[in-house]
Design a protein. Sequence first.
Length: 282
Amino acid sequence: MTRGRRGFTLIELLIVTVLGSLVVLASIQVLLVNRRVYTAQAATISGQQTTRMGIEILFAELREVSASGGDILEMSADSLRVRLMRKFSIVCATDFSTPPSVTVIRDFLLNNGDTLYIMGGTNRFAQSDSVFIFADNRENTMNDDVWIGAEISLVDPTVTCPQDGDPALKLEFNGQGALFAADSVGVGAAVRSFEKFTFGTTTMNGDVYLARRDTASYVPMTGPLAPTDGLAFVYRDAMGNVTNVETDVAQIEVTLRTGSGVLNSLGRMVQDSVQVWIHTRN
């Protein structure tokens, strides 16, 4: 039998236990700190992505607005209603008898046999579409150029362009002959249609989102935003002065703000904001 073998004393066990507890507590503290840092960084990145996505959406939509052309319908500090171009084509033939009509390019037939669809599917002009047709009037004078606003009464998809036989659409405007003059709309004129949209905010699951609606309810596009001042519009004229006249708007100042319940390392709420100036098409 082996004699003299000693075990751990109570004091030694207590020391090991205390030291081990300190190491575990320190490890837990590091994990908690790392978790808070990761959560704050994730909230920061999410906020930055939200604001930048929202600005990209608004910039892409609003830069085509013509305030002087009547595209701004209603405007306030937190919402904006506009009409936006959704379909586009080019006139390849005109007929100003009764009813007046213009024939626009539907598809391009390429030399290799392929077809380039410029008005495919739901992108085609349809009956009851509101359209603008560019009237050049006198070619050497820009001051008399206008956009004629009309409503399509009938669409004939069986026609072709007389120049090259490309598939086309014949757009008729029954009862609207007074809008057209034989020398105002010519071959090569642009034709565009529009839809009316409102940009604002909506609430979903308790969070505020940048949203857009036509005639129905708002559809969220990006978010969440700050609950009280997440979206703000300021309207300025060509001189940079604030204006409340729709046709005078030359710049739209847009501010998007995000907010979250996450605290950063300074104990402040994680948030982000972006402010841009969008110049309208006047």
